[in-house]
Design a protein around this ligand. Structure first.
Ligand code: SF4
Length: 355
């Protein structure tokens, strides 16, 4: 299954806003992915909702005529909508289209961003940052650092920004990000922060001695901000976990990486951290280009996370343990590479599944 197909299937179970309640199904984008023309409509209409395909109703017929007139084959175009569920109001026997509101458009923007290659752009950005840090691991950055970082952006994003429209939209964002990143980096280095590792693997073992569970992670970046004091940074091109998710221990990655640092579990770094700070770098190119978002209260959250994972591992080791298919549906990951292994679709009765 391709990543696009996985995304489409995840979206089919979406409950991020209320529109799923009255619609027949999600109507995801269709066409050739990675093409140079992407058309984004507002939302599916009555026919699209019934058939499950975008632009198949009256608007689709107008689109087809326009494409013919423009000499464009519809098979060479990717068509989708900003909102994936049909919003409607009843008038007699007819379902009349209603405009989605800002909250619904923002909620569904998650899928649109992902659909248009946000995940690939995120990976490319990670690669550009990693290559830049490995080229300039210490000291102040050279005067032409922004140009050099943009050069790496060109290299890693090249294959993703082939369409002029896409490039016109994303490249200014990358340039804003480059300016913010270089300024932030220089300020940190001037204050004595040292890079310990970029894109580095770590591991810890938890659980009962007879059934140990090894947890692996890859940290985007680890800096030393004072002797023995490390900062683990996670680059985020999309959403940053909310304080509610962090406090509820639903965003384990950085917390477990902190535990690895405290136990000397990172293979590329000698020794262990005496104290660990955690932060997300919101690297989306919006506003001033990026933002550092520190995780507050990590001293309490890290041991709590570790204790919870140890308890879960112990629970898991007991063959009599029953499992809920979706124990916290409001926090299900939207990109779950393991759904087929968890056999969620098979076991879950949510959404009208058969018993
Ligand atoms: S966010 Fe989009 S896909 Fe999810 S329920 Fe709302 S309209 Fe449907």
């Amino acid at each position: 299954m391709t990543s696009w197909e996985k995304l489409r299937d995840e979206a089919a179970r979406c409950t991020r806003c209320d529109l799923y309640r009255r619609a027949t199904q999600t109507v995801f984008g269709e066409g050739r992915t990675g093409v140079s023309i992407t058309l984004v409509g507002e939302q599916p209409g009555d026919q699209e909702d019934k058939q499950g395909h975008p632009f198949v109703g009256p608007a689709g017929r107008i689109l087809d005529r326009a494409l013919v007139e423009a000499g464009i084959d519809r098979d060479d175009v990717y068509v989708t909508n900003a909102v994936k569920h049909f919003k409607w109001t009843e008038r007699g026997k007819r379902r009349i289209h209603q405009r989605p509101n800002g909250t619904e458009i923002r909620a569904c923007g998650f899928w649109l961003e992902a659909e248009l290659g946000a995940a690939d752009r995120g990976s490319a950005l990670h690669d550009a940052l990693d290559e830049f840090l490995k080229a300039y691991p210490s000291g102040l950055l050279p005067p032409d650092a922004i140009d050099r970082f943009e050069g790496l952006g060109e290299k890693h994003l090249e294959a993703l920004l082939t369409a002029p429209a896409e490039r016109a939209f994303w490249w200014p964002r990358f340039q804003r990000l480059a300016r913010w990143f270089v300024a932030t980096e220089n300020a940190r280095r001037a204050a004595g922060t040292k890079l310990l590792a970029s894109e580095t693997n770590g591991a810890i073992t938890v659980g009962p001695p007879g059934r140990p569970l090894r947890i692996d992670a890859r940290a985007d970046r680890i800096d030393e901000i004072e002797p023995g004091g490390w900062e683990i940074i996670d680059y985020k091109t999309g959403r940053v976990p909310s304080p509610k998710e962090l406090d509820g221990l639903f965003a384990p990655q950085l917390l477990l990486e902190a535990a690895m640092a405290e136990q000397g579990g990172f293979e590329g770094i000698k020794g262990k951290a005496r104290a660990v700070h955690l932060s997300y770098w919101q690297a989306n190119g919006l506003g001033s280009g990026g933002e550092v978002k520190e995780i507050k209260g990590s001293e309490q959250l890290v041991p709590a996370m570790l204790a919870l994972v140890a308890k879960m591992a112990e629970h898991f080791a007991n063959p009599a343990t029953p499992y809920a298919a979706l124990p916290w549906p409001e926090f299900i990951p939207h990109f779950n590479d393991y759904a087929h292994l968890e056999r969620v679709a098979e076991w879950s009765t949510a959404g009208g599944g058969e018993e």
